[in-house]
Design a protein around this ligand. Sequence first.
Ligand code: BTN
Length: 325
Amino acid sequence: MSTVNTRKQILLAFEGRPLCFVSGISLARQLGITRTSVWKHVEALKAEGWPVVSKRGEGYRFTQPFDFSLLRSSQFPLPYFWKVRYEFDTVSTQVPAKEAAESGLSEGHLWLAERQTAGRGRLDRTWESPLGGLWMSFLLRPQIAAGRVPSLTLVTALILQETVKEICGLDLRLKWPNDLVIETAAGWKKVGGILTEMSGETDRTRWVVMGVGMNVNNTMPKSLRHIATSLVSLKDRVGLIIPRVALLTDFLQRFHSAYLRFQKQGFEPFRPHYWQMYSRPDEPVSLRTSQGVLRGIARGVDAYGALVVESHKQIQYLREGEIVS
Ligand code: BTN
């Protein structure tokens, strides 16, 4: 067995045994290797960052409940369009995706990581990406004018919303342009976001890298708990682990058909549903844009994905900016 496979088998031996010790002897027997060799592999896994500890006389255990479904993902049937590249650790899944985009790789490739050491959000913010979340970037080469790419972000947000409803039964809402949010007793909190990067000319898109971050089994650091939460925290069931691969495969299936439709018909068929899922339709909104702050009432989104805001009895189309309240 290759080193990678041996290590994968060691990790999978902890599946379904949260916080329980697995002895070195049983791992050695199971894998047909020596105990010393098990020890060496576990040390290497620890060095990589896997949350494993050892105890003399007891063996090894995971220090946190863990969803192993992505580690198994190569064994899961994925819709044909997609080619997944899974890594434990990466700086940001956007990095290899953009490099590949520049080097001419075909669309449908997807980079997935258990954690990111320098995850990036919109507007050059950092994005917390510890173990347990769903962090991925995928490469698209849509046959559309560059001006239509923002509305593809909105379609992606809508498909994520549908996926979470289907797999977790949670009713997330959308916040323009790229956030998935939920209303809690303590106010609106962010659950996921999308970072869209692209290259092209005004009338031709060369590539789009869509980065999706969803807080799934990770709990939020204290400093973010007032503004962000994760799917598992919303489920309120102790010990529950959400299988991220179910979210992933459902999303990829739905997104692929939406993407084909989007390329033929544009954003129009998705527009009413996007607005139906909107977090605060027809409510006062404040936006920070490159032109300054705009206050008004959010009235809808247009065919290009711009936010339509009524301000001082005039309709404005916001193509960039951020909702601040
Ligand atoms: C945002 O809401 O600001 C967008 C967040 C996007 C985060 C995802 S996680 C996967 C991909 N890699 C990154 O570094 N960022 C995106």
